[in-house]
Design a protein around this ligand. Structure first.
Ligand code: MN
Length: 722
């Protein structure tokens, strides 16, 4: 390569790289600083003279490439110089004091820090690797630039890994995936993470990489039409709503597709069938408006909306995520964020240099990183040896997993977003089946609480407790899911029988009778007349809503079995209403039309085959059923109801910058989750939105409404009950 270049008299690769570097630097550094970088280059090129990389290029091409990557991130002059010189202490006769004299304290320290790291790079053992990571963290805590140069160094080495022997290739690839990828991720550097992941995957599993690549290429053609249709539908809808945004289709990287296939044990086509789009706009408020608009275009999948704007991830990542059902029922993933959030999500802590011009937001990312490093240093002080430190570090580096403790101090690993229920089933199926709540670090919390790393969970169980099908909405582990399903399968019947018994007993009591006191023969006659094989099946039928309890009670009381009671006769006094605990499970459900919450006047409706559906008194559907005077039942909320219940509110707000964002942050500040937002209509001055949020009860809702009413932008707010 060098010879060829000389022969036809074109510039050498290193000259070309230097020119490229200077061009990039000239965008943000002074000429005097660029001269210093050139000085460092000349010094480095001289020191490395005669060394050739396995790729055939002069050695200095490698540090130059590293510097170019960092220059794209606008790293400061010292960082760039350190990048250019990063291997001189390691591979040449140059000393630290020499660097100090020529390029100053900062550069010398940076290069020294990097050298310490690379020395251990070559030791194969676990402990050496652990030591390596520990040193990396320590160096990072001293100066974040060390890790940035190190990551860029690793990236370039990965890009030129092809020339290595396959065994070494695999070791380096594995180390990259195990250690460097999580660090890049923890620092919010998504662009770096993706590149390292993809190169790591390619070098570790070349066959799998190629097969997936081929498959992806093949479907890309088929997908184009759908992508175009959806993209233009979204764009048009946003234009109609006067929302100025940038919509782009997103292709998942091969490694994340591979990970999904492994983790969820699904086929390539199932992963690839998801269509993903990103919408970038200027303000936070617009993000929420865009969310409302797309939810209005395609229907959202319940429970898949995530608000990382109000609650950013630990590495500072911010975005709204939602999943929609698109044309032909295809799943469509949408990410909505501001341009600024997007930039930050691509370069993470490096965005501090990249977008220096504006503001605190980005330096808080560096603060976050420093905070994290400080915590790690604390851990490192108390850790007995490097391996123990690594165990602790892994807890931090793998945010897709949480590590929590039992009261006995045993550590349990669960996937991210795992709830108390997942934990309970992880401990033991019986504990899962009977859990009612938990204490996390001594605080009492509900079952759907998401677990955080490092906490101690004490599950509270009760003999009478049993799994609730609603749990299936939030559990994430297979063990919990199958545990709940199994239990419910066997239990629905028993549950229906119990409810049937409660209902029948209540009716009989109001006629001064009781089920126990009915003569056996009498009951037998009744069952024969109704053509029902057993008492349990009769009770189950009642519990499931297939037979009306007061009709059965009436037949029992009449002591003759010839005539069913006419419906008009059904009006009678029901002395004590059935108490709803909110945890009944499969045979008592809350109506989705009117969203009753604890404290509301409610009414039970027998739904054949499904049991009792609880409606709000004012729900139109329940009014209809009351007019028919049939199939309904007095119910009342019991005492001490746990859980969160969805409720729908209708909002009219001023259509102005920041309005929707203010509403949302007000709701979140009162500890309520927003489950869905939809823009119903919008003009220049007013926006009408429908919001579904979850509350504990009426008092909780009233607090939220009161707080919202105080906002000057809120014109009208009503709760919708169908
Ligand atoms: Mn290097």
């Amino acid at each position: 390569m060098v010879e060829l270049a000389e022969k036809i008299n074109i510039e050498l690769p290193q000259d070309k790289l230097l020119r490229q570097l200077c061009t990039i630097l000239s965008r943000y550094l002074h000429q005097s600083q660029i001269d210093e970088v050139i000085h460092a280059y000349e010094f480095g090129a001289n020191a490395h003279a005669g060394q050739i990389r396995k790729t055939g290029e002069a050695y200095i091409c490698h540090p130059l490439s590293v510097a170019i990557y960092l220059a794209e991130m606008r790293m400061d002059a010292q960082g760039i110089m350190a990048a250019v010189l990063h291997d001189v202490l390691e591979d040449t006769d140059v000393t630290k004091s020499e660097l100090q004299q020529l390029f100053g304290e900062d550069v010398a320290e940076l290069v020294d820090g990097l050298t310490k790291l690379s020395k251990i790079d070559n030791k194969p053992h676990d402990e050496a690797q652990a030591e390596n990571v520990r040193k990396m963290i320590l160096a990072m805590a001293d100066d974040l630039r060390v890790i940035l140069v190190k990551l860029a160094d690793r990236l370039h080495n990965m890009q030129t890994l092809d020339v290595m022997k396959s065994k070494k290739k695999q070791r380096i690839a594995k180390e990259t995936l195990d250690i460097y990828v999580p660090i890049a991720n923890r620092l919010g550097m998504n662009d770096m993470r993706r590149q390292l992941q993809s190169l790591g995957f390619y070098n570790l599993y070349p066959m799998r990489f190629r097969i997936l690549q081929k498959a992806l290429k093949k479907i890309r053609g088929n997908r184009k039409e759908v992508v175009d249709t959806v993209e233009s539908a979204i764009k048009n809808r946003l234009i109609e709503n006067q929302l100025n945004c940038e919509v782009t289709g997103r292709e998942k990287n091969l490694y994340s597709i591979y990970q999904k296939m492994l983790k969820k044990r699904i086929s390539f086509s199932d992963v690839a069938d998801i269509y993903a789009f990103r919408i970038c706009c200027d303000t936070v408020d617009t993000c929420y408006r865009v969310l409302g608009a797309v939810h209005n275009l395609y229907s959202p999948v319940p429970g898949r909306f995530k608000d990382y704007i109000a609650l950013p991830k630990a590495n500072g990542y911010q975005s709204l995520h939602t999943l929609l059902i698109g044309p032909y029922g295809l799943p469509i993933e949408i990410q909505i964020r501001t341009h600024q959030m997007h930039q930050v999500s691509e370069s993470g802590i490096a965005s501090h240099w990249l977008y220096k011009s504006d503001d605190e937001k980005k330096s808080t990312l560096q603060d976050l990183a420093h905070e994290w490093l400080r915590d790690l240093l604390e851990i490192q002080k108390s850790a007995g040896n490097p391996l123990e430190f690594i165990d602790n570090l892994k807890i931090d580096l793998y945010p897709q997993e949480v590590f929590v403790f039992t009261p006995q101090g045993n550590i349990i690993k669960l996937p991210r977003n795992a709830s108390v229920v997942d934990f309970a089933y992880a401990v033991h199926t019986d504990i899962g089946n009977s859990c009612i709540s938990a204490r996390i670090d001594k605080q009492l919390v509900p079952l759907q609480t998401k677990l955080e790393t490092g906490t101690t969970i004490d599950v509270i169980t009760a003999e009478w407790a049993r799994p609730n099908p609603l749990w299936l909405n939030y559990v994430v582990t297979a063990k919990a899911r199958s545990g709940i399903r199994n239990f419910l399968k066997h239990f629905k019947q028993q549950e229906a029988i119990d409810l049937g018994k409660r209902l029948l007993e209540k009716e009989l009591n109001s006629m001064d009778m009781s089920l126990d006191k009915i003569p056996e023969a009498h009951l037998k006659n009744l069952l024969e007349a109704l053509e029902i094989p057993s008492k349990d099946i009769l009770l189950e039928e009642i519990g499931l809503g297939n037979r009306m309890p007061f009709l059965i009670a009436k037949r029992i009381s009449q002591n003759n079995m010839q005539e069913a009671v006419k419906l008009e006769d059904a009006e009678h006094n029901q002395k004590s209403p059935l108490l709803i605990k909110g945890t009944e499970g499969m045979v008592v459900t809350l109506a989705k039309c009117c969203h009753p919450i604890p404290g509301d006047p409610i009414l039970g409706y027998f739904n054949p085959g499904r049991g009792i559906v609880v409606h709000h008194h004012e729900c139109r559907n329940s009014k209809d059923s009351r007019i028919k005077k049939t199939n309904w039942l007095d119910v009342e909320w019991g005492q001490d109801i746990a859980g969160e219940y969805p409720v729908e509110i209708h909002l009219e707000i001023l259509n102005r910058q920041g309005a929707l964002a203010t509403v949302i942050s007000t709701i979140s500040s009162l500890k309520s989750n927003i489950e869905n937002i939809q823009v119903i209509s919008q003009d220049d001055s007013i926006s009408v939105d429908q919001v579904i949020l979850s509350v504990k009860d009426r008092v909780h809702l009233a607090n939220i409404i009161r707080k919202l009413k105080k906002l000057s932008i809120v014109l009208k707010i009503t709760r919708t009950k169908a």
